[in-house]
Design a protein. Structure first.
Length: 397
């Protein structure tokens, strides 16, 4: 019987793909049996999804085949969906089979959090996958195509975006950029189109520098975005939303970006969770489980002040590297390394040629911030795929 340890990685997002790549780099052949499980055979860039959703970029720029990112002689890719994790048996139940493991990495990604708002799951779109953004793009284009022939809905070109965090702001920015072309192509008067961005918090981009938030809002207001801040959505209906103030906004399109939670699969598998996230120890292990690591949107990590870090791509990437190192250390009898997040800056895109950014103590706006966003994107492509992937998927203009 083979004594080679079995490592199973669930999910090929930012954290999962970095874990897999670092393991294939640091492990020797036949030192471990590594399996990467993902529901699709491609890795996609979650932080880019707002662009194809609005129709300002191609879906193909937001994904890459996993086979191009891993050494298939070192890592076995299984295309399947996870149904259950059986902790006591050390098994993962897939939709079409079962995997046993000695070390498990849970990087399943997040799910939309609707906070129990009635109708939100049933009637709103979410920006969480290639398939979901394809539906949003086609739906938006269909509303413009229908507008001139269907007089029954005067609100057909009203667009409601719930949530003014990073995803909401970046999406409304791209949508506002797309509207003029859609109007021209469909002979629609631009004044007939209305974009509403609704946020329960008193400010857009909560936690961001107030000066930069003001800049961002001014840019987007000039593009035609109507903000309703400090106002919660009380209900989502097939024909729009009802706000906590009682106001009704009629719209044929509602896109929800107001929250992300961890995976319900984790909750159902017996982990102690907070909104689907596991509070991991300093080595990214689940409490009391030396062989189970949880990273990315599924993990809960606290900063030195005791507040949880928001689940971002750069945190997931850094976790993936440390997770792989700690698995290798466990296999070889070495010492695990604690995870320490290094904030390399934050950038929010505001559409073509516009962004806001914070790098250390330096604040940036406009064209310079937009170029920084491109550099960050190119850097990620280089990390996972080298120069060939940069040249194939990079956005330089």
């Amino acid at each position: 019987m083979s004594t080679i340890p079995k490592i199973v990685i669930l999910g090929a997002g930012y954290g999962g793909i970095l874990t897999a790549q670092r393991l294939q780099k640091e492990l020797n052949y036949n030192e471990a049996d590594v399996t990467l499980v993902n529901r699709h055979d491609y890795h996609y860039f979650t932080t880019h999804l707002h662009m194809p959703a609005a129709g300002t970029d191609s879906i193909e720029h937001t994904r890459v085949p996993i086979s191009k990112l891993i050494d298939e002689f070192k890592i076995d890719l299984v295309k399947s969906s996870v149904r259950e994790v059986r902790l006591t048996d050390r098994k993962v139940i897939l939709e079409d089979g079962t995997l046993s493991y000695d070390y498990l990495v849970i990087a399943l990604g997040g799910e939309p959090e609707t906070f129990g708002i009635p109708g939100m799951e049933e009637h709103a779109f979410t920006i969480r996958s290639i398939n979901s953004v394809r539906m949003i793009r086609q739906h938006i284009e269909y509303q413009f195509a229908l507008y001139k022939t269907d007089e029954s809905r005067k609100d057909r070109l009203n667009f409601v975006v719930g949530g003014a965090g990073f995803s909401g702001i970046e999406f409304v920015a791209e949508l506002a950029d797309r509207i003029p072309r859609l109007c021209m192509e469909n002979d629609v008067e631009p004044s007939k189109v209305h974009i509403y961005n609704i946020e329960a918090a008193p400010t857009a981009l909560p936690g961001f520098d107030p000066e930069l938030v003001e800049y961002a809002m001014n840019v987007l207001k000039k593009k035609g975005v109507n903000f309703k801040l400090g106002t919660a959505i009380q209900e989502c209906r097939p024909d729009g939303v009802v706000l906590a103030t009682g106001e009704v906004i009629k719209a044929a399109t509602v896109v929800w970006t107001g929250g992300i939670r961890g995976s319900r699969i984790i909750e159902a598998s017996g982990f102690e969770t907070v909104r689907g996230r596991v509070k991991v120890d300093e080595t990214l292990r689940a409490p009391g489980m030396d062989h189970v690591f949880v990273i990315g949107d599924n993990s809960l990590v606290f900063n030195p002040e005791g507040r949880p870090y928001p689940p971002t791509a750069q945190i997931a990437m850094q976790q993936g590297v440390i997770c792989a190192k700690n698995i290798v250390a466990a296999i070889r009898g070495g010492v695990s390394r604690p995870f320490v997040f290094v904030n390399k800056g934050t950038v929010a895109s505001l559409g073509k040629g516009e962004a806001i950014a914070v790098v250390g103590d330096k604040k940036m706006t406009g064209w310079k911030a937009a170029q920084l966003k491109k550099l960050i994107d190119l850097r990620y492509l280089f990390i996972i795929g080298g120069i060939p992937l940069v040249l194939k998927k990079g956005r330089f203009l």
